[in-house]
Design a protein around this ligand. Structure first.
Ligand SMILES: NC(=O)c1ccc[n+]([C@@H]2O[C@H](COP(=O)([O-])OP(=O)(O)OC[C@H]3O[C@@H](n4cnc5c(N)ncnc54)[C@H](O)[C@@H]3O)[C@@H](O)[C@H]2O)c1
Length: 458
């Protein structure tokens, strides 16, 4: 079959895989190939056990795979054949050298650019989908322009706004698709070609365009604003605990102001995930680079409050359980950074686990989708943690349960049964405020929500 367009995506991760699966699913007239340097990941994408857990993803992949969606390790061939290349490689926080701990590590992006010039024999549109520091497109253009074959490349910015756990919903029905381009004739032509792809299923009024730097920056700012709301309400949760106000009641009253809105005002153990912290730190780094230290300090505080909130959670456990946790069996209910994903990157669970191990807790971890990632993350702690899939089994014999991930199934658990299986006095620390605290208290639990008065039998 002759396809109308040949699309390639470099990077088969949490963004590249689902995004390309959606394009292939919605546009059978295009051939979509996803390549990666990691052969295990590609083998998983080609198998019934996809490398990531995401509601609805399996169905979308299975509908398009083998028809017009392909996963491969042959990066050279992919580049040679494609007219449009999405770059979805990872851009983690740098761990070495200048900017370590703040700046984005752009080595994977640069390697991809170099691979493109090595294998390309014809003009191509290169689309930055990875989240990048503002003005990265300029570096990308310069590397691509250095190709000795004189091939013309157009670089677009098309940041991805999907939220893990809701990726399929977000991709099918995005709030907006943002496309940044140069304002040249070639730039505008390339932008129109990308608009044409999305317009297959996204209403035109949801596809917006901007200059290329605004597009790069908008992604960082969008994540900074979302994380800032979480840190704002979490900072207030500490004040609520001190003053006997209830953070849910405060958030409800504040969120009903239509200028504020109710979303992202749930107080919790803190935000996690591979993006929020990384992107804010990157914003901080860029602001410092431009000498905007007040602006950098402002955004840094969003991350600081998040670390404070995670630390506070463990301190509250320690204080509530008579100032010693040593030798106590405690279960973490959930390890993923949020519900409906198996992703554990930067999960608050990692921080809490390390702190509890420092206190010599006898830990049990359970999660419906993230147990394998948790085991991988916690290598080197063998013998100190039990990983148990069944939550009832995990909690039996424990003195405390800490809700770390807001999985829907945890709200449905039989807590009478759980209470009877626990060592007394039994404690619940609800790091997501998802449980019915008064009901649990009546059953006999000592209940410690976030930002609300504790309910204790002492
Ligand atoms: N995860 C999210 O929810 C999310 C949302 C929006 C944007 N983003 C951004 O999207 C980008 C990708 O994130 P992710 O979560 O998909 O990362 P990921 O680590 O899951 O996937 C990146 C993939 O790129 C591959 N890769 C790296 N270098 C390569 C190369 N030279 N050639 C081929 N493959 C290569 C890696 O092997 C990996 O499989 C990041 O910039 C991230 O900030 C992520």
């Amino acid at each position: 079959m002759k396809f109308e367009k040949d699309i390639l995506c470099v990077g088969a991760g949490y963004v590249g895989g689902p995004t390309m699966a959606m394009i292939a699913y919605k546009c059978p007239q295009y051939k979509v190939t996803v390549v990666d340097i990691n052969p295990t990941r590609i083998a998983q994408w080609n198998s019934p056990n996809l490398p990531i857990y995401e509601p609805g993803l399996q169905e979308v992949v299975e509908a398009a795979r083998g028809r017009n969606l392909f996963f491969s390790t042959d990066i050279e061939k992919g580049i040679e054949e494609a007219g449009i290349i999405f770059v979805c490689v990872n851009t983690p926080t740098k761990t070495f050298g200048e900017g370590a701990g703040l700046a984005s590590d752009l080595q994977y992006l640069e390697k991809t650019a170099r691979q493109i010039i090595q294998s390309a024999n014809s003009p191509k549109i290169i689309i930055e989908k990875s989240t990048l520091p503002v003005r990265t497109a300029q570096a990308m253009e310069r590397i691509l322009a250095s190709n000795p074959k004189g091939i013309h490349f157009d670089v677009l910015s098309n940041p991805e706004f999907l939220a893990e756990g809701d990726a399929i919903k977000d991709l099918e029905n995005p709030d907006r698709v943002l496309i940044g381009s140069r304002e040249t004739a070639n730039g505008i032509k390339a932008r129109e070609e990308l608009i044409e792809i999305y317009a297959n299923w996204v209403p035109r009024e949801h596809i917006i365009s901007s200059n290329i730097w605004s597009s790069e920056l908008a992604k960082l700012v969008a994540n900074a604003f979302l994380a800032q709301r979480i840190s704002s309400i979490n900072s207030i949760s500490a004040l609520c605990e001190a003053s006997e106000a209830d953070v849910s009641e405060v958030a409800r009253a504040v969120g009903m102001d239509s200028r504020v809105g109710p979303k992202f005002l749930n107080s919790s153990v803190g935000f996690g995930g591979s993006c929020f912290q990384k992107d804010i730190l990157n914003l901080v780094y860029i602001c410092r680079h431009y000498g905007l230290n007040e602006v950098a300090d402002y955004w840094q505080r969003v991350v600081d409050i998040n670390n404070y909130q995670k630390g506070r959670f463990v301190m509250n456990m320690l204080k509530a359980m008579f100032n010693t946790l040593a030798g106590k069996r405690i279960c973490l209910l959930g390890f993923a950074f949020k519900a409906d994903t198996g992703d554990t990157r930067e999960s608050p669970a990692l921080f809490i686990t390390k702190k509890l191990l420092d206190e010599r807790v006898n830990l049990v971890i359970t999660d419906p989708a993230a147990l394998e990632n948790a085991k991988f993350d916690l290598q080197g702690t063998e013998g100190q943690i039990d990983f148990v899939a069944d939550p009832y089994e995990a909690i039996a014999g424990c003195e405390a349960v800490a809700v770390i991930t807001e999985w829907g199934i945890y709200k449905e658990l039989d807590f009478e049964r759980i209470f009877s299986s626990m060592t007394k006095p039994a404690f619940i620390f609800d790091g997501r405020n998802i449980l019915d605290h008064h009901r649990l208290f009546k059953m006999g639990f000592n209940v410690f929500p976030i930002g609300k008065p504790a309910l204790t039998h002492f």
